[in-house]
Design a protein around this ligand. Structure first.
Ligand SMILES: [Ca+2]
Length: 81
């Protein structure tokens, strides 16, 4: 079989996985990119320090404020703990 891009009639690589349905929120995904990573930790720290606008997603613990507990929560989610 020849390697290379599929012909126009080949649907194996069709972009049919795309959807316009809203993605449910991921706990700890402050940046809302679908991943929980160091960028989310940085986002919570910046919000905690008043360097960025608070978002509901940053209050990971759900107690109404963004503080070190939220930073810890994002780190634990990121590490799968
Ligand atoms: Ca994220």
């Amino acid at each position: 079989m020849r390697a290379g891009p599929p012909s126009s009639g080949d649907t194996r690589c069709s972009p049919s996985w795309k959807t316009n349905k809203p993605i449910p929120p991921v706990p700890g995904d402050v940046t809302q990119d679908g991943l929980v990573d160091i960028a989310d930790v940085n986002a919570v720290v910046n919000i905690m320090l008043g360097k960025a606008t608070q978002t509901a997603a940053a209050d990971v613990t759900g107690e109404g404020t963004v503080d070190i507990a939220d930073v810890n929560a994002v780190i634990n989610i990121m590490l799968g703990k």
